[in-house]
Design a binder for this molecule. Structure first.
Ligand SMILES: [Zn+2]
Length: 323
């Protein structure tokens, strides 16, 4: 017996997986009222804190420094994102980057005149952001954080909301910190893309409590009192993302979509019977050649620099020249 869906209030759900991406036990269900896919049960705050403490020990032994080609790739993606969404970022001055990760947005935003505060619970990422990139990042969680009402005209959550055990509650907190004319940017992995393209079983993860589709991602924002601005970048790709302004909070009944529930359930059922990813993009060999090529070009590009900070400075200078 599952608790009511935190987005649409429905108690109708179906199991979609009993395993995590490493083969460990993890039960996931889809809400047939709206299509949200969550861990079942949703872990408590205490269970999550314990998970991240042990995950931290396993996953981050020693080296906090990201690899050069990773740095190159991340800054390249951020440059693309900033160019594609320049209209949204123009004129912003005070940003909260919640889950600032390895700091690419904050570093580049400085060039655009946007002052940023970062919140990053992952110690190695936070240390790297402070020490290598010189950014204002606090090592803490959202629950440990507090700001005055209306402190920011931009709040960003990139690959963060899927980790929240109660996204509507957390977004409502952020809404209070956002100025009335402020905007919110959210980006999350898209489970419909993962179901179609990932290796069988390689989707679910204890730390990803909500697995969003384009509909449920927007439903969470609407429930917390946000409405989507038009012309957002990359709505329906590997991730789904959007820019939002303050609006009226939607009721649970407003975000119901049994059609999306069936769509997500069926996509996951197809995912589980498939042996190999669907060839969407030419043959497997051509994809392999392309991916090796892309990887080599990143290594070659990154070789021109001797430190992550030099790569960061290179991208920031290029952004400044474009203006
Ligand atoms: Zn639901």
């Amino acid at each position: 017996m599952s608790e009511p869906c935190r987005l649409c209030g429905s108690t109708l759900s179906e199991p979609v997986s009993e395993r995590d991406r490493h083969g460990g036990a993890l039960r996931s269900i889809v809400c047939m009222g709206c299509g949200s896919v969550t861990n079942d049960p949703i872990p408590s705050d205490e269970e999550l804190a314990a998970f991240y403490r042990s995950d931290y020990r396993v996953s981050y032994k020693g080296t906090a420094q990201p690899r050069m080609r990773q740095v190159w790739r991340n800054f390249g993606r951020m440059e693309q994102h900033l160019k594609a969404n320049a209209g949204f970022y123009a004129g912003r001055s005070a940003c909260l980057d919640l889950g600032s990760g390895s700091g690419e947005f904050m570093f580049m935003a400085r060039t655009l005149g946007i002052g940023c505060v970062g919140i990053e619970p992952n110690q190695p990422y936070a240390d790297y952001s402070r020490e290598v990139l010189g950014l204002d990042v606090a090592t803490q969680t959202l629950e440990e954080t507090s700001f005055d009402a209306g402190s920011f005209d931009l709040i960003r959550l990139s690959h963060v909301m899927e980790h929240m055990r109660d996204p509507v509650r957390s977004l409502a907190v952020l809404r209070g910190w956002l100025a009335d004319r402020g905007i919110l940017y959210i980006e999350v992995p898209n489970i419909l893309f993962d179901a179609a393209h990932k290796r069988r079983g390689a989707i679910f993860h204890y730390g990803h409590i909500f697995n969003f589709s384009p509909w449920t991602f927007r439903a969470a924002a609407r429930r917390a009192g946000f409405e989507e601005l038009p012309a957002s970048f990359q709505r329906y790709g590997t991730t789904t993302s959007g820019f939002f302004a303050k609006g009226q909070a939607a009721e649970p009944g407003d975000v119901k979509s049994p059609a999306n529930g069936e769509r997500v359930r069926d996509a996951l059922a197809r995912h589980h019977v498939r042996m190999l990813p669907e060839p969407d993009n030419g043959s497997a060999i051509a994809r392999g050649v392309r991916s090796v090529g892309a990887r080599l070009s990143k290594i070659v590009a990154a070789r021109r620099f001797s430190s992550p900070r030099q790569i960061a400075d290179h991208f920031a200078a290029r952004l400044e020249r474009v203006g």
